[in-house]
Design a protein around this ligand. Structure first.
Ligand SMILES: [Zn+2]
Length: 430
């Protein structure tokens, strides 16, 4: 071997190690409302193949407040809901009675930016290029910083257009290959939409899961086509599960106004929104509201200052003084039953119907690895490790998830040391 060939070989080796030091690329995909067991009564060849080719968790547990915005924001920040303060799908202000519908909040930074930095911004601050495709929270600015590339879901965006789903994957692939993005988060509004409209046991839910499975097959083909197999890690997850809403005459539905005069006793409320409700009692009426709701069947009422610590909600400043959680499947109707959903979430995160999925594959993941269940808050440090970035303060722990990595252990950002060592060896040889 001539000196120059040897030199080239070493340079290539150094380049390879430097590449590993920078971390691979990462795609985080969320299919909203994908209950942990949705693949068990449907033929899902592509999800099944993922089990062999990567990592599957039996299920994962979303944070308490099993709703879209709070849960997605826990995934992307690694913070509990009480810390990141995105405490509802709706933006609200209990003092002014402002209420903003979920989709309209997606670009309202004042709702999302509460001093906690999501992964996009932390990664960008460490030299990575990031993008958000419809992912909740991606459309806001954080301490004045925007995500490098953002697509926000339009108001009239259809949730279930399979052709568009594939186009979105093509777009994301081009971001990775042509524009060298390091992190992309990609969001789909299904199977949540069908779960709400038809209920989790409806045949249409099975059909949308088949569509998701085909889309995952398409994603893997696209990764192949773009030669990203060795450089792209993929995490597929979701924000919460779904349960069948209990209706009369099978059950007596909750109507809160039967137990307390809402107009007289509360100055602010968000009810008629599934299993999670919030109330601000009028001055001096706190005890009366609490006592009245304590007597109502099929729900649990909490004073904010007495919320169990395990909920990780009680420290929130935004949450009003009274929080109501309905028993699984009950809706918190306020005055009348105007509620039409056949499926819903927002219930206690200990309920199996609220659990959701976690799958991962790519160069850093083990194959055929079944992980025990874990809390979704731990996905954040895993993503930081995959991107080789220093995490912002968070509530997760890498020890929970690092077993699923091929080369686990060591400190968070350890690779630069090995590069230095290799360079020294190289100079020695040359
Ligand atoms: Zn959701």
């Amino acid at each position: 071997m001539t000196m120059s060939a040897k030199r080239l070989e070493l340079l290539l080796l150094v380049a390879a190690v430097c590449g590993a030091a920078a971390g691979h690329k990462l795609l985080l995909v969320s299919f909203d409302g994908f209950r942990w067991d949705y693949d068990q009564d449907v033929d899902t060849p592509n999800l099944d193949r993922l089990v062999r080719d990567g990592v599957k968790a039996k299920y994962i547990t979303p944070p308490m407040l099993t709703m879209t915005s709070p849960s997605h924001f826990t995934t992307i920040t690694g913070r509990w809901v009480e810390d990141h303060e995105v405490v509802h799908n709706m933006m609200y202000d209990a003092k002014t009675n402002l209420k903003v519908a979920h989709k309209l909040t997606l670009t309202r930074s004042e709702w999302w930016d509460n001093g906690v930095l999501p992964l996009w911004i932390t990664a960008q601050n460490q030299g990575r290029k990031t993008a958000s495709f419809h992912f909740p929270g991606g459309g806001a600015n954080y301490s004045g910083q925007a995500v490098d590339r953002v697509l926000v879901e339009p108001l009239d965006h259809p949730d279930d257009n399979e052709t568009e789903w594939r186009q979105n994957i093509d777009t994301v692939m081009s971001w990775f290959t042509e524009e060298d993005f390091d992190l992309v988060t990609l969001y789909y509004g299904e199977p949540d939409n069908v779960g709400h409209a038809k209920g989790p046991d409806h045949p249409d839910r099975k059909e949308i899961v088949r569509q998701i499975d085909r889309t995952i097959g398409y994603l893997r083909e696209a990764i192949d086509r773009h030669q990203l197999n060795d450089s792209l890690n993929v995490i597929i997850t979701s924000d919460h599960g779904m349960t069948t809403v209990k209706k009369r005459p099978q059950v007596e539905e909750i109507i809160l106004n039967k137990y307390l005069n809402l107009l007289k006793l509360a100055s602010f409320e968000i009810l008629d929104y599934g299993g999670f409700g919030i109330l601000t009692p009028r001055p001096g009426k706190e005890q009366e509201v609490f006592d009245a709701l304590s007597k109502a069947p099929n729900l649990t009422v909490y004073r904010k200052d007495q919320i169990p610590e395990s909920f990780h909600l009680g420290k929130s400043e935004r949450l009003p003084p009274i929080v109501v959680v309905a028993d699984l499947g009950f809706n918190l109707n306020s005055r009348f039953i105007v509620y039409v959903n056949k499926g819903d979430h927002g219930y206690h995160n200990g309920e199996m119907d609220m659990k959701t999925i976690f799958r991962a594959f790519g160069p850093d993941f083990r194959r055929n690895f079944l992980s025990e269940p874990f809390d979704s808050v731990h996905i954040y440090p895993l993503m930081c490790q995959l991107l080789r970035i220093e995490p912002a303060p968070h509530n997760g722990s890498l020890t929970v998830t690092e077993k699923m990595l091929l080369h686990s252990g060591g400190s968070q950002v350890s690779a630069p040391g090995s590069v230095t060592l290799l360079l020294l060896i190289m100079f020695n040889v040359l």
